[in-house]
Write a protein that binds this ligand. Structure first.
Ligand code: SF4
Ligand code: SF4
Length: 135
């Protein structure tokens, strides 16, 4: 996800369409190593800071960068700063961007099929067109 898409970020993770592919997270952490940005809403910060046992300001100051009132983690070569050997440090309080992956509007076509998905995710199983579009 690039910064130029920042203005769309808070309305894109609500895809409630019926996805016509199977997904079961393998907790491999690959998506946490893909370069990009992980955005945190105020609710995300509240949840994450509670899980991690920090005050919200402390959490934001420790882990997040901000531009104006938008907070995010820039994921570089070393992966997300909240990724540990045991997975996400805030597993039960992940931001919506993470907890909704891969059900993002940009990845789900009009018929619920997976589209433009150029990432590695062993948790996704595509179903064939015959199965995915029952007549
Ligand atoms: S890449 Fe896919 S399977 Fe691996 S942790 Fe991310 S969502 Fe789960
Ligand atoms: S916040 Fe957690 S789930 Fe999201 S990218 Fe970082 S380590 Fe992965």
């Amino acid at each position: 996800m690039s910064l130029k898409n920042l203005r769309h970020v808070f309305k894109r993770f609500n895809a409630q369409k019926t996805a016509r592919f199977s997904f079961s997270c393998k907790r491999c952490g690959q998506c946490c190593r893909d370069r990009g940005f992980v955005y945190f809403t105020k609710d995300d910060i509240r949840r994450a800071s509670k899980v991690i046992g920090m005050k919200e300001k402390e959490f934001a100051g420790t882990y997040l960068t901000h531009r104006g009132n938008r907070f995010f983690i820039k994921v570089g070569d070393n992966g997300c700063s909240l990724l540990t050997e045991n997975g996400c440090r805030i597993q039960n309080g992940k931001p919506v961007q993470c907890s909704s992956f891969p059900y993002w509007d940009e990845y789900i076509g009009v018929n619920g099929e997976l589209v433009n998905f150029d990432r590695e995710c062993p948790g996704i199983t595509k179903v064939n067109d015959d199965e995915s579009h029952p007549k």
